[in-house]
Ligand binder design. Structure first.
Ligand code: FDP
Length: 336
């Protein structure tokens, strides 16, 4: 596409909008984009080479680790370490955070929390998967190794966040707290090009995304909200459409564009739900809020939750603001 603005160019232009910016965050974002291109290449040829299937291990969450999970994790960690702007990484795939120790990394002002390949149970069946990342300014001293406290900051402290969706096309969507922009990978030139500038989520929509297979494990308020989504409503435009890919990035991406709500509620046996606060819910919530939407755990803003541990889980209700507000009303009312 002649005249398309590449991600690199966009990042450089944006940087000049902030007179005191050092360029470190810009370089960090560019390193993430480079790793995303490498992962994209591997995901695209997954059926052709021996990268499908499981490794035979389970991660700290007790989930099966796929070969592509490992490959994506290594790619992102290596790219962040080589870049030198980042002093450490916490990943879904590692029990503990990794503190980089090279002289340039020790001087890095940022830390990154990442889910290198979200939705990985979908990989073997050629369904969209994604990468989710969250960037914070370190609170530990420059020149020293990063600490656990760097990774346990509230989501509202994020310096940036984003996701990559490896779908029918590959897109990178990010925010640094000044709106949300989306870039589509043009494989012919190997560049992410601006395709969705200043993304905003519609205030309401007609899609609800939740794993209704767990319906009888949901709290009563959530069950009642789902009944509401399915019932005929003159003013609400319901019944809404149920759309659940089972890949958080893909489900939220669709709802971001068309309007809708994504829910992973508490379950009877998992009161904190399934999704991880630090590297899944916080970065996606930052994006959705920056696009004008809402993200809560049903009662409080996701970005206000104080993380106590790296792999902590939280319920999440995220998407169009009017829909999230409505779902919250059902939770409060319980039996409504
Ligand atoms: P996955 O386990 O495949 O990595 O992050 C976890 C996640 O996928 C989300 O992407 C997805 O929305 C959710 O789990 C699916 O969970 P259920 O199968 O329980 O619906």
């Amino acid at each position: 596409m002649i005249g398309a603005q590449t991600l690199d160019e966009f990042i450089i232009r944006r940087q000049t909008d902030f007179p005191y910016a050092t360029g470190e965050l810009s370089r960090l974002l560019r390193n993430i984009a480079l790793a995303a291109k490498i992962v994209n290449r591997e995901v695209n040829k997954a059926g052709l080479v021996d990268v499908l299937g499981t490794t035979g291990y389970t991660n700290v969450q007790g989930e099966e680790v796929k070969k592509l999970d490992i490959l994506a994790n290594k790619t992102f960690v290596a790219s962040l370490e080589l870049g030198g702007q980042c002093c450490g990484v916490a990943s879904e795939e590692n029990d503990e955070f990794i503190a980089f120790d090279s002289p340039s990394s020790l001087e890095g002002r940022y830390i990154v929390a990442i889910d290198p390949l979200d939705g990985s149970s979908n990989i073997d069946v050629n369904v969209s998967v994604g990468t989710i990342f969250s960037i914070y300014r370190r609170i530990s001293s420059l020149g020293e190794p990063c600490t656990a406290q760097d990774f346990l900051q509230k989501g509202s402290e994020q310096a940036g966040s984003g996701y990559v969706i490896y779908g029918s096309s590959t897109m990178l969507v990010y925010t640094t707290g000044h709106g949300v922009n989306g870039f589509t990978l043009d494989p012919s030139i190997g560049e992410f090009c601006l395709s969705h500038s200043d993304l905003t989520i519609p205030k309401t929509g007609k899609t609800y995304s939740v794993n209704t297979g767990n319906f009888y494990n949901f709290p009563e308020g959530v069950q009642n909200y789902i009944h509401y989504c399915k019932s005929f409503g003159k003013d609400t435009g319901s019944p809404y459409s149920a759309r659940y890919i089972g890949s958080m990035v893909a489900d939220i991406h669709r709802n971001l564009i068309t309007g809708g709500i994504y829910i992973y509620p508490p379950l009877e046996d998992y009161p904190q739900g399934k999704l991880r606060l630090v590297y899944e819910c916080n970065p996606m919530s930052f994006i959705v809020e920056q696009a004008g939407g809402m993200a809560t755990d049903g009662y409080r803003r996701i970005l206000d939750i104080e993380p106590e541990e790296l792999h902590q889980r939280t319920p999440i209700f995220v998407g169009s603001s009017e829909m999230v507000t409505k779902a919250e009303e059902f939770l409060k009312d319980g039996k409504k």
